[in-house]
Design a binder for this molecule. Structure first.
Ligand SMILES: Cc1ncc(COP(=O)(O)O)c(C=O)c1O
Length: 436
C-alpha cells in the first residue's frame, strides 16, 4: 500500500476498471461529478475502502479525504460505532417495507435537536426531500410558483433544475438539463443570492401572491461555500411571511455540519420546512423533509399531498444515522471539529489572499476561490480561475490528498482528520500557493 505517494502514481487497475465501466454505465459513473471532467482527470478515482480520514483506491494508493462523500462523512469513514450498529441491524433483516422502531428513534432525535421542526418524513435522497418539500408547499398554500437562487443546487428533480443566467427574476427560467420541458420550469423563478433589492421589489408585485415557497441553501455549498449577507435570511423570512409563502431551508449539506442545529442554529430565522440529507444517514441513503406539524400533516396518509418510498426509513440506514448523530453529542464535538479546521486553515488563509484568491468558510466546510476577492452569489463566479483550481487539484492528488473535484464545491473536515494529516495538507496547499 502506498501512503501519500509521489507524483507518478500508478493507477493501472483504475484505468482498466473505468474502461469496463464506461462500456456499461453512461460515462462510467452513476453521478456525473464522479467522472472528474471538471478537473480533466481520467481515470477518476475508483475507491475500494475508507478508514478514518483516508480512502484507498483500487491500485492501493491512499488519499486524505476532504470530500467525505460530499459532506456526509462527518465522522470519517467506517466509524467503529456506526459499523457496529449497522452490522447489528443488518443481522435482523435489512428491509421490510413496513414500519420499524429505528424510524421513530431517529425522528425523535432530530425533532428534539432542531427547534423549528415538529414532524419529519424520511426519504432516500436529498433530491426526494426537496421535491417533496416543494410539492408540500404547493399543496399547503394552493399556489404554484417557487423561488430559488442561482447556483443553489437542490437535487435533480425537474422543477429545481433551473438556473436563470442573467441574475434577473424571470418568468422564462430555462432548465439546466435537456429533457426538462419549459412548462415544468415556468413556475420556478430564479434570483441572485444575497440580492436584497431584487427580492424586495419582487414581493411588491402582485405575482408574489402566487409564490408557494422560497427554497434555498441558507449557507450555499454548491457554488462553493457562500454565506448569506447579514440580514438576508431574516429579510426572506419577513417577505415570505407577509406574502403567505413558505420558507424552505435546504440543509442537506449544512444540517448537523455547521453546528448542532445546522445553519438555522447560526441565524435567528426559523424556516417552515427543512430538508436534510447526507449526515443524517451516516453514509447511507437517507434524507428527510421536516417542519411544522400543521404543514407536515398535509402529507399522505393524513393529507392529500402524496409521497412514498419502498426504502424510506430503511432500518439499517436509520441505524447508521442514529449512531452518527449520537457521536455528534459527544462533549465539545463541534468545538473540536472547528479546532481541526482552524489547524488546517490558519496557515493557508493569508497565502490564499496573497495569491489573489479568497477562502470562504463556515465551521468545517470551506472553499478556496482563485482569482476572486469575495463571492456572494453565482454571478460573482464569472471570472473564477478554474484552471488554477485544476492545478491545485492535481498537485494535491499527486501528494495523496483528495479534495472535491470541482472548483465550485465545499471541502469538508471530519472528526477523524488527524493533526498529522491536517498539517501535511496545510503544508502542501501552501507550497502550491507559493509556487505560483
Ligand atoms: C443542498 C443540496 N440539496 C440537495 C441535494 C441532493 O441530494 P442527493 O444527491 O442526495 O439527491 C444536494 C446534493 O449534493 C445538496 O447539496
Amino acid at each position: 500500500m502506498t501512503l501519500f505517494s509521489a507524483p507518478t502514481k500508478k493507477r493501472t487497475r483504475s484505468e482498466a476498471i473505468f474502461k469496463t465501466h464506461c462500456n456499461l454505465i453512461p460515462g462510467g459513473v452513476n453521478s456525473p461529478v464522479r467522472a472528474f471532467h471538471s478537473v480533466e482527470m481520467t481515470p477518476p478515482l475508483i475507491v475500494v475502502s475508507g478508514s478514518g480520514d483516508t480512502i484507498e483506491d483500487v491500485d492501493g494508493n491512499r488519499y486524505i479525504d476532504y470530500c467525505g462523500s460530499w459532506g456526509a462523512m462527518i465522522l470519517g469513514h467506517a466509524h467503529p460505532q456506526v459499523v457496529k450498529g449497522v452490522q447489528e441491524r443488518m443481522a435482523l433483516g435489512s428491509s421490510f417495507g413496513i414500519t420499524t422502531v429505528e424510524e421513530g428513534l431517529l425522528a425523535q432525535k432530530i425533532v428534539k435537536k432542531i427547534p423549528s421542526i415538529e414532524k419529519i418524513r424520511f426519504v432516500s435522497s436529498g433530491t426526494e426531500a426537496t421535491m417533496t418539500a416543494l410539492r408540500l408547499a404547493r399543496g399547503y398554500t394552493g399556489r404554484s410558483k417557487v423561488i430559488k437562487f442561482t447556483g443553489h443546487y437542490h437535487g435533480h428533480s425537474d422543477a429545481l433544475l433551473v438556473q436563470a443566467g442573467s441574475g434577473v427574476a424571470t418568468l422564462n427560467s430555462t432548465a439546466t438539463s435537456k429533457g426538462v420541458h419549459a412548462h415544468i420550469v415556468q413556475d420556478t423563478l430564479c434570483f441572485p443570492f444575497n440580492d436584497f433589492e431584487k427580492i424586495r421589489s419582487f414581493f411588491k408585485t402582485p405575482l408574489s401572491k402566487e409564490v408557494a415557497a422560497i427554497i434555498l441553501e441558507p449557507i450555499a455549498g454548491n457554488m462553493g461555500t457562500v454565506l448569506p449577507d447579514r440580514g438576508f435570511l431574516e429579510m426572506l423570512r419577513e417577505e415570505t411571511t407577509k406574502a403567505g409563502a413558505l420558507l424552505i431551508f435546504d440543509e442537506v449539506i449544512t444540517g448537523f455540519r455547521v453546528g448542532p442545529k445546522g445553519a438555522q442554529g447560526l441565524y435567528p430565522v426559523d424556516p417552515d420546512l427543512t430538508c436534510f440529507g447526507k449526515i443524517i444517514g451516516g453514509g447511507f441513503p437517507v434524507a428527510a423533509v421536516a417542519g411544522k406539524a400543521k404543514i407536515m400533516d398535509y402529507l399522505a396518509p393524513l393529507g392529500q399531498v402524496y409521497q412514498a418510498g419502498t426504502l424510506s426509513g430503511n432500518p439499517v440506514a436509520m441505524r447508521a444515522g442514529l449512531e452518527t448523530l449520537l457521536q455528534l453529542e459527544a462533549p465539545h464535538f463541534y468545538e473540536t471539529l472547528q479546532k481541526k479546521t482552524d489547524r488546517l486553515l490558519n496557515p493557508i488563509r493569508e497565502a490564499v489572499q496573497v495569491s489573489g484568491g479568497c477562502l470562504q468558510e463556515c465551521g468545517s466546510m470551506f472553499s478556496i476561490f482563485f482569482g476572486l476577492s469575495q463571492v456572494k452569489s453565482k454571478e460573482d463566479l464569472v471570472s473564477l480561475n478554474k484552471k488554477r483550481f485544476r492545478e491545485l487539484f492535481s498537485y494535491l492528488f499527486d501528494r495523496g490528498i483528495y479534495i472535491p473535484p470541482s472548483s465550485q464545491e465545499a471541502w469538508f473536515v471530519s472528526s477523524a482528520h488527524t493533526d498529522e494529516h491536517l498539517d501535511y495538507t496545510a503544508k502542501s496547499v501552501c507550497s502550491f500557493l507559493s509556487s505560483l
